[in-house]
Design a protein around this ligand. Structure first.
Ligand code: DWN
Ligand code: SAH
Ligand code: ZN
Length: 405
C-alpha cells in the first residue's frame, strides 16, 4: 500500500506514465553518465482526497545550484507577480514594520517589488543559481529548503511573518507536515499563508497531463487543501482562480478560527462536488483522455514528418518532459526545441534528447509548424512570434486537445 503524504490514508493509483526522467535535468551533449529515471504515476487518497505522485524524487536531485528554471523569463508572469506584491503591500503589509517570507522565490520575480517598496522580506530558495539572481536584484535570500527547522531559525532571528507566500512551490513539497509546522512556527497570530498552484480542476478539464512531472508532487483542490489545512491546525479562508500557467488557484490559509472563510471558498468547493472532482471515475475518464491526446499527437507528428513538413518545438518547459517521453517525441520527429533560457541552450532535453537552441534558431528559417510546449504562455509567445504566422507558419497545440491553429 502506498500512503498519502498528508494523512497516511491509502492511495488509489489512476494513471502511470512509466519510467520518466527529471524534467529539469537538461543534459550536456557529451555527458555519458546514465540518466536518472523514476516511475511517474498518480493516485488519489481514499481518505482525504489529495491527488499526488506515488513515488517521490529526492529533493536534492531536483533543486540545486544548477536548477534551470528562471521565473522572470515570461513578461506576463513578471506582471502577475508585481500585481501580487502590490496586493500584499496594500492589504496584509500595512502595519508597523511588516515582514513577508516567500517560499521558493526563485530569481526574485515577486520579492523585487517588495524590496523596491522598502518592506522587510526574506526569500527561502534552495536552488543556489536562481537565489543568486534574486540577490543581484537586491532581494534578501536564504539558500535553504523551507521546512520546520529552517522556519524556526528564521522566526528566532527575525520575528514572526505577517505573510508567508509561495507560488508554484507548495505543490512541489511532499514533506508537507514539516511545511505546516514551519508555517506554525513562523507565522504571526493574525498572519496568512498564501500559496498558488496548478488547479486539479483545470488539469482534468483541459486534459493538461503535462502538469504531471517529478517536481509537481501534489495536485490541489479546495477540498483537499481545506482538509489539509484543518489537519494541521489551520483553516482555508479564501480561494481565487488565476489564469496563469494554464489555470491555478490561490489559497489563503489562516490559523483556525482567526478569519471568516469567504463565500468564494464555499462556492468553489460546491462546484468541485458537482463535478465529481474527488471521484475515482473522473480520473479514469481523465486517464482515457490522456491516452487519446497521446495517440492524436504522435499520429499528427508522424504524418507531418512523412509529408516532409518541418516541425520545431517552442519552449523547453519542465512540463514537456512528460509529453515528449510519454509520446515518444525524439529528434526524428522534432529536430530541436528553442528556448530563451541561456542555461538550457546547448543542452539536450531530459530523456527525449531534443537539442535546445536559442530562439533566434526559430526564424532561421521558420519551420512549417511549431509544437508549442509552452502552451501556458500561448498568448505572450504567439504575440511576439506574429511574423511566423505571417510567413504561413502554424502552431500545434495539445491542450485541451490536439489541434493546428
Ligand atoms: O512549477 C514550475 C513552473 C512554475 O516552472 C516548475 N516546476 C518548473 C517550471 O515549469 P515549466 O518549465 O513547465 O514552466 P514554464 O513557465 O511553462 O516554462 C516556459 C519555458 O519556455 C521556459 O524555459 C522559458 C521558455 N520561454 C521562451 O522560450 N519564450 C517562455 C516564454 C514566455 C517565451 O516567450
Ligand atoms: N515561485 C516561482 C518559482 C517556481 S519553481 C514561480 O512561481 O515562478 C519552484 C521553486 O521552488 C524552485 O525555485 C525550487 O528551487 C523551489 N523549492 C523547492 N522546494 C523548496 C522548499 N522546500 N523550500 C523553498 N523553495 C523550494
Ligand atoms: Zn490523505
Amino acid at each position: 500500500m502506498i500512503e498519502c503524504r498528508v494523512c497516511a490514508g491509502s492511495l488509489s493509483e489512476f494513471i502511470d506514465f512509466g519510467r520518466q526522467p527529471l524534467s529539469d535535468a537538461f543534459r550536456k551533449p557529451d555527458d555519458s553518465t546514465p540518466e536518472f529515471f523514476f516511475r511517474l504515476a498518480v493516485g488519489i487518497c481514499e481518505s482525504c482526497t489529495m491527488v499526488q505522485l506515488v513515488e517521490e524524487v529526492p529533493r536534492d536531485r531536483m533543486f540545486h545550484q544548477e536548477y534551470p528554471y528562471h521565473s522572470s523569463g515570461s513578461a506576463v508572469m513578471s506582471k502577475h507577480f508585481a500585481k501580487t506584491a502590490h496586493y500584499f503591500l496594500e492589504t496584509e503589509l500595512t502595519g508597523a514594520d511588516p515582514f513577508i517570507v516567500e517560499i521558493g522565490c526563485n530569481d526574485g520575480i515577486m520579492l523585487k517589488t517588495i524590496r523596491e517598496a522598502g518592506v522587510r522580506h526574506l526569500g527561502v530558495e534552495p536552488s543556489g543559481g536562481v537565489a543568486e539572481l534574486a540577490r543581484s536584484e537586491g532581494v534578501r535570500v536564504r539558500t535553504d529548503f523551507f521546512e520546520e527547522s529552517s522556519a524556526s531559525k528564521i522566526r528566532a532571528a527575525e520575528g514572526p511573518a505577517d505573510v508567508i507566500y509561495a507560488a508554484n512551490t507548495i505543490c512541489h513539497i511532499p514533506y508537507i507536515e514539516s511545511i505546516f509546522r514551519g508555517v506554525d512556527a513562523l507565522l504571526s497570530a493574525a498572519g496568512v499563508f498564501v500559496f498558488e498552484d496548478p488547479y486539479l480542476g483545470d488539469i482534468v478539464e483541459r486534459t493538461a497531463f503535462d502538469q504531471i512531472y517529478d517536481e509537481h508532487f501534489f495536485f490541489f483542490t479546495v477540498r483537499s487543501v481545506g482538509a489539509m489545512a484543518q489537519r494541521f491546525g489551520f483553516e482555508l479562508v479564501d480561494v481565487e482562480r488565476l489564469a496563469v500557467h494554464g489555470g491555478e488557484v490561490r489559497y489563503t490559509i489562516a490559523r483556525a478560527g482567526s478569519r471568516t472563510p469567504s463565500a468564494a471558498t464555499a462556492e468553489l468547493l460546491a462546484e468541485e462536488q458537482a463535478r465529481g472532482l474527488a471521484e475515482r471515475t473522473t480520473f479514469d475518464h481523465f486517464a482515457d483522455a490522456v491516452g487519446q491526446v497521446r495517440d492524436d499527437l504522435i499520429a499528427l507528428l508522424r504524418r507531418l514528418r512523412d509529408e516532409g513538413s518541418r516541425v520545431v518545438a517552442y519552449g523547453a518547459t519542465a512540463k514537456s518532459a512528460t509529453v515528449a517521453n510519454y509520446c515518444g517525441i525524439g529528434p526524428d520527429l522534432v529536430p530541436f526545441v528553442c528556448d530563451t533560457t541561456l542555461v538550457k541552450q546547448g543542452r539536450l532535453t531530459p530523456g527525449s534528447h531534443l537539442p535546445v537552441r536559442p530562439v533566434t534558431a526559430f526564424a532561421d528559417p521558420y519551420p512549417d509548424y511549431a509544437l508549442l510546449f509552452a502552451w501556458n504562455h500561448a498568448e505572450e509567445i504567439m504575440a511576439k512570434e506574429q511574423q511566423f504566422r505571417d510567413a504561413g507558419g502554424r502552431w500545434i497545440l495539445y491542450v485541451p486537445e490536439v489541434k493546428i491553429i
